[in-house]
Design a protein around this ligand. Structure first.
Ligand SMILES: C[S@@+](CC[C@H](N)C(=O)[O-])C[C@H]1O[C@@H](n2cnc3c(N)ncnc32)[C@H](O)[C@@H]1O
Length: 301
């Protein structure tokens, strides 16, 4: 959704921008290309391979106009000055190189270690969760992070099977779920949700997103815009709730929102556009992975 992001952030020659999810630096490069000669970009990715690739790509054309750090966007406000940015982008989820590299362990379609870490400096892997958590804890992850209706059955089967042999590979786990879901005639692969849930848990994606949104507000200037691209309903829900809270013109006491207990409060942000922007037909044709993308834009007041 490059054109849509450019339209949201409207990069200017003296503008300062932050990209919390550099990935292959596609968006970052277009932001810098649209803000010559002095537009500046601060970018990060928690994936070391991505941060390094982005550094190389941007250095070719935009030397002296960006700073890249390896790290979580939830910590952006620790190194990007407060109220300094005209635009912040969070393009959530996975990059194609992550999904396509079997050894990263994100994909049930390729065999690899059951890893799923975006940042390989962290010790916790998907194998640790699958081999160590109780059935109840696993079921909770599958249900809360992916609405998996078979959460409990899948979790119990995992705990049963791992008593014989620990789970070490993506194939082992995908095959178990396939066996359990046999004949259910689902449109997507039966392990889709289990893999999504484990990935979210391993990388604390919901916690990072909540902290990242708060960090984005801090580093934005008044009038600056936040563009967030989500890929599943849980992410979208977090962004919508954040937007509802920041755009509300009242607060309430006692934790219960009843009209009698409301007090006026200046909102911190306003929505740009009432609905999420979806990828156009051309993008869907060129990049089927964009089918669940939704872009939401908020402006700091
Ligand atoms: C969909 S890709 C971004 C693609 C990028 N916009 C481009 O144009 O190439 C998402 C990237 O965000 C990174 N990422 C996800 N969550 C992150 C977080 N909390 N902090 C930093 N990077 C994160 C992933 O490692 C991945 O490289």
């Amino acid at each position: 959704m490059v054109a849509e992001v450019l339209d949201a952030l409207k990069p200017q020659r003296n503008g300062r921008y932050a990209d919390g999810t550099l990935g292959g630096a596609g968006h970052a490069a277009t932001i810098l290309a649209a803000s010559p000669p002095t537009g500046w970009l601060s970018g990060c990715d928690r994936d070391g391979v991505a941060a390094e690739a982005a550094q190389k790509r941007l250095a070719e054309k935009f030397a002296g106009r960006f700073e890249i750090r390896r790290g979580n966007f939830s910590e952006m406000a620790d190194w990007i000055p407060a109220a300094s940015c005209d635009g912040v982008l969070l393009d959530l989820g996975m990059s194609s190189p992550q999904l396509d590299s079997a050894e990263r362990g994100f994909s049930f379609q390729q065999d690899g270690p059951l890893d799923m870490r975006m940042d390989d400096r962290q010790p916790l892997t998907a194998a640790d969760l699958v081999n160590d958590l109780s059935a109840g804890e696993l079921a909770k992850i599958f249900w809360e992070f992916a609405d998996e209706h078979e959460s409990w059955r899948f979790a119990k089967a995992i705990v049963h099977d791992r008593a014989q042999r620990k789970f070490e590979t993506t194939k082992q786990l995908a095959e178990l779920i396939e066996r359990l879901a046999l004949g259910r005639g689902k449109k997507s692969h039966p392990a889709t949700k289990v893999f999504q849930a484990l990935r979210i848990a391993v990388n604390d994606e919901t916690g990072s997103l909540k902290r990242g949104l708060a960090a984005a507000v801090k580093i934005l200037k008044p009038g600056g815009r936040l563009a967030v691209i989500t890929f599943h309903s849980l992410e979208a829900r977090i962004v919508k709730e954040f937007g509802r809270e920041k755009t509300r013109d009242y607060t309430f006491i006692g934790g219960v929102d009843v009209p009698e207990l409301r007090r006026p409060l200046a909102p911190e942000m306003k929505w740009v556009g009432r609905k999420a922007i979806l990828p156009g037909e051309k993008e869907l044709e060129e990049n089927p992975r964009s089918r669940s993308a939704q872009l939401r834009i908020l402006e700091k007041i």
